[in-house]
Design a protein around this ligand. Structure first.
Ligand code: NAG
Ligand code: NAG
Length: 130
């Protein structure tokens, strides 16, 4: 790793402490074997060529538009697929584990795309079909 890259990484880590979680692979709540994936969403955005100096900021909601949640979430897992070339930040803004909804705010680096995937978990014991 070049010294420049390395210092970028440190800056990013320090920034992450301030503005949120450096996404990489984070989870909130419980995503153990007693939980099942009830929704999956891939979040991809390209930087706007007219606004390259800005980060992309986007709110990702559960349930997705047009869907009704029948589960209280037990956990959420977010994986940043952009690594190692670009990485984003993620903050759980509302809801999440214990709630039937959530809002995650995702932020890119300046002039970089977002490529993340989010898995939502609920208890495998509830809402059984049998
Ligand atoms: C979700 O949690 C609330 C509050 O604890 C509870 O009243 C409700 O029955 C739960 N819903 C489901 C589908 O488990
Ligand atoms: C996002 O990352 C996945 C996994 O690395 C890759 O397969 C996919 O092509 C990427 N999508 C975009 C839009 O870059």
């Amino acid at each position: 790793m070049s010294p420049h890259k390395y210092s970028q990484l440190i800056v990013a880590s320090v920034l992450a402490l301030i503005v949120g979680v450096l996404a990489h692979d984070v989870h909130w709540g419980d995503i153990g074997p007693g939980n099942k994936v009830v929704a999956f969403e891939r979040v991809t955005r390209k930087p706007n060529p007219l606004k390259l100096q800005f980060s992309i900021l986007t709110n990702v909601k559960y349930p997705p538009k047009g869907h009704t949640s029948i589960y209280n979430l037990t956990g959420i897992r977010l994986v940043d697929n952009g690594l190692p070339n670009n990485y984003g930040y993620a903050v759980l803004k509302s809801g999440g584990p214990g709630y039937p909804y959530s809002t995650i705010e995702i932020k890119s680096q300046r002039n970089k795309p977002i490529n993340m995937s989010i898995s939502y978990y609920a208890s495998a014991l509830k809402n059984r079909r049998y």
